[in-house]
Design a protein around this ligand. Structure first.
Ligand SMILES: Nc1ncnc2c1ncn2[C@@H]1O[C@H](COP(=O)(O)OP(=O)(O)OP(=O)(O)O)[C@@H](O)[C@H]1O
Ligand SMILES: [Mg+2]
Length: 312
């Protein structure tokens, strides 16, 4: 298979005894953008840190392009670029030197043309002779990405790439990730901004208390788990829903002018066409109709909360 990353039965118990990852299994295809969603403390950084060799797994296996991250640490690590969640960038060093040095750390021969391209792609070329401490926060984030890309990795990990970044910069970052994808880089990112996953990811994984509870194509996640809502603006107020029309999910507004019908995309309720026929039979006339599909945010909140009621 064309899996650039294979994670099998991965578990992590910290020395404190805390189980941060429980039997995680995940394959990532070459070139995909995978978003890992989860609340604070769910285990996102732990998972990334294990893959990047910063944290040792308790059991299980991680292969990066076929290389075991424990047994073949150096070769596996050289395929990975990491932009950590916590960035420390109070350096007197220049942008150019930092990125060039970072490439050298991986034993790659110098390649000024490549570094130039990376800095240009990240809109840092004008700042190449600036000391890092003189950069703005958003520029520092981009510098971290430039560093992570300096040794031409096949997989890029972005742990909360846009935490604390303003809305317009966040858009720039999304555009940048799309450029990187076009260049063939596989990207795994964690985020609290669900619209970020909605915007960028091909697939989404949801992690809850150390368990990967769901992995789905973004589009099928949204059709499978999303709810749809149909709203009908009525010509005349209805005193109530006629008893023959008492269908689960159908509600009338208090003023009687609006009917809303909420249904699962794959539920057992009746379809829209059938509902509209029934309305016509009862001479209920509407002047406007709208449909709405729930957002990834609503799906995510539902999933995470549904687990909260069931104990572990
Ligand atoms: N070195 C450590 N020793 C003990 N427990 C740890 C250690 N590092 C992390 N944990 C615990 O493991 C759990 C997962 O932490 P992790 O940093 O992976 O979460 P996260 O999903 O990245 O959260 P956030 O969204 O806040 O970044 C947390 O409960 C955390 O307290
Ligand atoms: Mg984290």
């Amino acid at each position: 298979m064309n899996n650039i990353l294979q994670i099998t039965n991965l578990c992590k118990k910290y020395q404190s005894g805390f189980e941060a990852l429980k039997d995680v299994n995940l394959n990532i295809a070459k070139g995909e953008i995978f978003a890992l969603l989860g609340q604070n403390g769910a285990g996102k950084t732990t998972l990334i840190s294990i893959i990047c060799g910063i944290v040792t797994p308790s059991s299980g296996e991680v292969l990066v392009d076929g290389q075991d991250i424990v047994k073949h640490y150096r070769s596996a690590r050289s395929l990975i670029g990491l932009v950590p969640q916590e960035i420390s960038t109070d350096s007197f060093e220049t942008v150019w030197n930092t990125v060039t040095f970072s490439r050298g750390l991986y034993g790659k021969p110098p390649n000024p043309e490549f570094i130039e391209k990376v800095l240009k792609d990240l809109s840092l070329w004008d700042k190449r002779q600036n000391k890092i401490m003189t950069l703005s926060g958003g520029m520092k984030r981009r510098l971290m990405i430039a560093k992570a890309l300096s040794h031409e990795p096949k997989i890029l990990f972005l742990d909360e790439p846009t935490a604390g970044v303003d809305v317009s910069l966040r858009r720039d970052m999304w555009d940048l990730v799309k450029v990187l994808k076009e260049m063939g880089t596989t990207i795994i990112l964690t985020t609290h901004y669900i619209e970020e996953a909605e915007e960028m990811a091909d697939r989404i994984g949801i992690i809850r208390r150390g368990e990967l509870i769901l992995v789905e194509e973004k589009s099928s996640l949204m059709t499978k788990l999303g709810k749809k809502e149909l709203t009908l603006q009525l010509q005349h107020a209805l005193p109530g829903i006629p008893s023959e029309l008492e269908i689960p999910g159908l509600k009338l507004s208090t003023d009687g002018f609006e009917l809303t019908y909420t249904f699962d995309s794959n539920g057992e309720q009746i379809g829209i066409a059938e509902l509209l026929q029934k309305l016509a039979l009862h001479h209920i006339v509407f002047k406007d109709l709208n449909t709405k599909q729930s957002s990834l945010e609503e799906i995510f909140v539902n999933l995470v909360n549904s687990g909260a009621h069931h104990g572990s």
